[in-house]
Write a new protein. Structure first.
Length: 223
């Protein structure tokens, strides 16, 4: 089995927040402004429910990806399977860093492919708007978790190398918790955060640090 570091996934979620702000800022703003007046006074509870639903979807997807990775790794000799999965995780971390930094948008094609699934899921969310109760917000967040996103897809590929369903779920849970501060803050200051996230130096710094994560992952192949 391959040891994973949930702390690394948490940090990737925090660094990837510049992408979350740019991509999901409009969604969070619409959710906040779309709340009825009597609900808006408790918007922090509602926003937390949205995000808990989103993170629950990430965790479930991580469990599936980790389980599939563990199953298919059993078809190869253990050492070869570990090397292949480590290489896959490292390459996708590098691609994610290049994507966040604006240097290469290969992952944009992955997002576009995921858009086909989102077209089927998105109409379900319309029936939950405007959300008036935390339960509705939780369900809406669970649907939101399947929004096509190169950042999420990259970490999901990383979870394939986690070593099993439980480890994959843990990795995606840590990643989701890392994205939480940025997405909660957007509920109060979406415009200001979107302006900061669009600054090239912010995106390049986050992208460069995630590339380092990928290189460190690949370095384990030669140890």
């Amino acid at each position: 089995m391959i040891d994973i570091n949930p702390l690394s996934a948490l940090v990737v979620g925090l660094l990837g927040g510049v992408h979350c702000v740019g991509m999901c800022g409009g969604i969070v703003g619409a959710i906040s402004l779309g709340m009825p007046g009597e609900v808006r006074r408790g918007r922090w509870g509602m926003l937390l429910a949205y995000n808990l639903g989103r993170i629950a979807s990430y965790t479930a997807a991580g469990a599936v990806a980790g389980g599939l990775g563990f199953f298919f790794s059993g078809l190869l000799p253990v050492r070869h399977a570990q090397q292949a999965l480590l290489a896959l995780a490292g390459v996708f971390m590098i691609l994610l860093g290049l994507y966040l930094g604006g240097w290469w948008n290969l992952l944009l094609r992955v997002e576009q492919a995921g858009g086909r699934l989102w077209k089927r899921i998105e109409p379900l969310g319309r029936g939950l708007l405007p959300a008036r109760r935390p339960g509705q917000a939780l369900l809406l967040g669970a649907l939101w978790g399947w929004l096509p996103c190169g950042l999420v897809y990259s970490v999901l590929i990383w979870s394939v190398s986690a070593g099993g369903a439980g480890q994959g779920a843990l990795l995606m849970l840590a990643f989701g918790l890392g994205t939480l501060p940025n997405l909660l803050a957007m509920g109060a200051a979406a415009t200001q955060l979107q302006g900061l996230a669009r600054r090239p130096w912010v995106r390049r710094l986050a992208g460069g640090l995630i590339i380092l994560f990928g290189l460190l992952q690949l370095s384990r192949l030669v140890v």
